[in-house]
Design a protein around this ligand. Structure first.
Ligand SMILES: CCCCC/C=C\C/C=C\C/C=C\C/C=C\C/C=C\CC/C=C/C(=O)SCCNC(=O)CCNC(=O)[C@H](O)C(C)(C)COP(=O)(O)OP(=O)(O)OC[C@H]1O[C@@H](n2cnc3c(N)ncnc32)[C@H](O)[C@@H]1OP(=O)(O)O
Ligand code: FAD
Length: 664
């Protein structure tokens, strides 16, 4: 059987309506149709082809990215694409570029932190790309510790200007994307100083380059920070270094939604909380969670299709060998990742809803759920990106040797994805933020303050500390209430135990530092509970399409029971479940793998990825892996000549030398 036939045969086994699942995956029919149209538009345009990207040198690679970004903008204007369509188009171009920062951070920062007048002035310029913006927060010396940033913005009342200055080497802005070679402007984060007093870190709109000849504004030193991990990958981005030598900007270029500086240099607080200065990060973290499911789904799609095509061992009577997807070990590694892709999709959908809700409340001066929004975006960003980065590498291994070839698409996907564990907040630092939020919530339980939202379960802490898991058979693990209670009890017990340990310290900050590794574990348990509970919520919705809900149920329980298996130590040590119940969960997991198996290919087809977007010979829709892999090898520049360049200089003399030695 050829690879092509393998996948056709697999698709015939499907037990659910794939087209209906495509809509579930996309979020709505509208989102499906729109993303499908944009994916095809990009895939059919030769200007967006990606072949050979990994072989380009840095300069060529970067110029190629500039060309694609300009072409994308041209198409957006020609086709009068909406903002939503344009976003999808950029997504399918599939190449990190300065436009990510412009649309993803510069524009949102002005929207979130700018006053109405500032928005009216700057947004039209940004929307028409008459200016290109970056987000310059991190410095050489500080990234995580935002309050430790050193760049200063000193108000000069004589001229009604701020003087932006880099007082030390470590105050050099370092990392901002799009900054190195492209951006004309940036939101620069600096310590505000007025009348000799410090007022914390704020954002300022600063012009960096001339709009006529792109030269840096005098007093600004700017460049790229150098090559990053992997070929192609994130090297299409010009992450930059920037220093200021007393650069003057008008007073009205400080983003003043949170704090206004008057003509006299007086600081006037508005009614919005200071934390709103961090609002752009909350927004981007939320988008990163949605993107995690996309990246994970890509890797899983490649590994699943290839696992159905690939055969090793097991031939009987000269018949065909076993498809590697039929090995239980392969299933137990692959199917939890497939389930995670769906789980992250739905939690991402929910987080988007939460973000929209918070934004609307903020507009109505209701700031009550800001701490929860911060904890959820920080925690879920950390959980989903860590899991996705690990999963991409696992998918590479699931594809055996061929997974290591760039033609599999997995090395580049890994290289481009892995910094997501660091940018927008180091994943451990973010989990510590969640831990602070959880410990605060637990400490307030005694005061009668009822926790709400994702921490509502902590309001039932007494019950959860005493509850006994009610599982007697493997089938009992298919009850949503049973699964939910196990995850709630584990998280609640871990939180309470950490809070009790913290209370033993005289100084809470000392305790927090000493117990930070344990606290991070409680944060992970809490975040996993959120993902499981949002998946269960999804199952309660009316989901149309033959067999679709059934598949989602299977995936949901695979996600939850696999976590239970992986974090068994937590569940057993907190006494939420017994070893016998853990063993029943494992039995159920194996049964679920068998049920998912015939639907695996259709479940990855539901992601609706074009071959262009996947960029993988192993993950081709038609399964025609071997002939294409063979064809691909010959495209390598090393194969341009039969005898390699360097033969006469290095190989031939060596061989001759050995011949001479042999004769001696
Ligand atoms: C083969 C294919 C190839 C092609 C691939 C193509 C495409 C790519 C594919 C995949 C890529 C995936 C996704 C890409 C998507 C987008 C990403 C794009 C580009 C990335 C650009 C990156 C940008 C950046 O990194 S910007 C810099 C980000 N920096 C950080 O995140 C810094 C982290 N630090 C902090 O957030 C904080 O300072 C801190 C850690 C929270 C520390 O704060 P703390 O010490 O507590 O002090 P305070 O500052 O005083 O805070 C006190 C108080 O405030 C509360 N708080 C803190 N933060 C927030 C907040 N954000 N919102 C609300 N409240 C907040 C805190 O809880 C505390 O509250 P309390 O007083 O009540 O306790
Ligand atoms: C590809 C990429 C793109 C980026 N783009 C941008 C951009 O556009 N704009 C921008 O402003 N920045 C950008 N950044 C910077 C990024 O936001 C920071 O690198 C990130 O926030 C981490 O900060 P750091 O580098 O200071 O790490 P550090 O904080 O120095 O982390 C080093 C180690 O220390 C640990 N650590 C730090 N603090 C604590 C603590 N309190 N407790 C326990 N452990 C701790 C961390 O877990 C980590 O293991 C980008 C970074 C990358 C890699």
């Amino acid at each position: 059987m050829k690879g092509v036939d393998h996948l056709a045969h697999e698709r015939n086994k499907t037990e659910f309506d794939v087209d209906a699942m495509k809509i579930v995956w996309a979020g709505s029919r509208h989102a499906f149709e729109l993303s499908d149209r944009m994916a095809r538009l990009v895939a059919s345009d030769p200007a967006f082809q990606k072949d050979g990207r990994i072989r380009l040198g840095r300069k060529e690679l970067f110029k190629n990215t500039l060309r694609k970004a300009a072409h994308a903008w041209k198409r957006i204007l020609e086709l009068h694409l909406t903002e939503e369509e344009a976003g999808w188009l950029r997504n399918f171009v599939d190449e990190p570029s300065f436009t990510d920062l412009h649309w993803g951070m510069f524009v949102p920062a002005i929207k979130g932190q700018g006053t109405d007048e500032q928005q009216q002035k700057w947004l039209p310029l940004a929307y028409k790309m008459q200016i290109i913006g970056s987000y310059a927060q991190t410095e050489l010396g500080h990234g995580s510790n935002v309050q430790g940033l050193e760049t200063t913005a000193t108000f000069d009342p004589e001229t009604d200007e701020f003087v932006i200055h880099s007082p030390t080497l470590t105050s050099s802005k370092w990392w901002p994307g799009g900054l190195g070679k492209v951006s004309t402007h940036a939101i620069v984060y600096a310590r505000l100083i007025t009348n000799g007093q410090e007022h914390g870190v704020h954002g300022f709109i600063v012009q960096l380059r001339s709009l006529d000849d792109h030269m840096p504004i005098p007093g600004i030193t700017i460049g790229d920070i150098g090559m990053k991990f992997g070929n192609g990958a994130y090297n299409t981005m010009d992450n930059g270094v920037l220093t200021f030598d007393h650069i003057r900007i008008p007073r009205n270029q400080m983003l003043m939604r949170v704090l206004q500086v008057t003509r006299e240099g007086k600081c006037v607080k508005s009614n919005v909380p200071r934390q709103l200065i961090y609002g752009t990060m909350v927004f981007v973290r939320q988008t990163i969670v949605a993107d995690a499911s996309t990246a994970l789904a890509r890797a899983v799609c490649i590994a699943t299709r290839y696992s159905a095509v690939r055969r090793q061992f097991g031939s009987q009577d000269g018949g065909m060998e076993t498809q590697v997807i039929d090995y239980k070990t392969q299933q137990s590694r692959l199917f939890p990742l497939l389930a995670s892709a769906y789980a992250f999709r739905f939690v991402g959908e929910w987080l988007k809803w939460l973000y929209t809700d918070v934004t609307q409340r903020l507009q109505a001066n209701d700031f009550s759920i800001l701490p929860e929004a911060h904890a959820c975006t920080a925690g879920l960003k950390s959980l989903t990106t860590t899991a996705t980065a690990d999963a991409i590498e696992e998918c590479r291994k699931l594809c055996g040797g061929h997974g290591y070839l760039c033609a599999s698409g997995l090395p580049e996907l890994f290289a481009v994805y892995v910094p997501a564990c660091t940018y927008e907040g180091d994943n451990v630092v973010l989990l510590l933020q969640v831990a602070r939020f959880l410990m605060k919530t637990v400490s307030q339980l005694g005061s009668g303050k009822k926790p709400v939202g994702t921490t509502a379960y902590l309001g039932r802490v007494q019950d959860l500390l005493q509850c006994c898991c009610d599982v007697q058979t493997a089938e009992d693990w298919l009850k949503p209430s049973v699964v939910l209670e196990a995850f709630e009890a584990r998280s609640a017990r871990m939180c309470v135990a950490r809070a009790q340990n913290l209370s033993k310290f005289e100084n809470p900050e000392d305790g927090f530092a000493e117990l930070s590794a344990d606290l991070v574990e409680a944060s992970v348990a809490h975040c996993q509970l959120i993902v499981v509970s949002k998946f269960i919520d999804k199952l309660q919705q009316d989901i149309p399409g033959k067999g679709v809900n059934r598949q989602l149920q299977n995936l949901c329980y695979i996600y939850a029971l696999n976590l239970l298996h992986k974090y068994l130590g937590d569940f057993l040590s907190t006494g939420c479940i017994t070893p016998k119940q853990a063993s029943l969960a494992n039995d159920q997991l194996r049964s679920l793998y068998s049920q998912i198996r015939p639907n695996a290919i259709a479940l990855v087809d539901a992601f609706n990825y074009t071959d262009h977007y996947l960029g993988s010979v192993l993950g081709r829709y038609d399964g025609n892996v071997y002939p294409k892999l063979y064809e691909e090898a010959w495209k390598d520049p090393l194969n341009d000549s039969v005898v390699p360049d360097g033969y006469h200089e290095y190989i031939h003399p060596m061989l001759k030398q050995q011949l001479r030695n042999a004769r001696l």
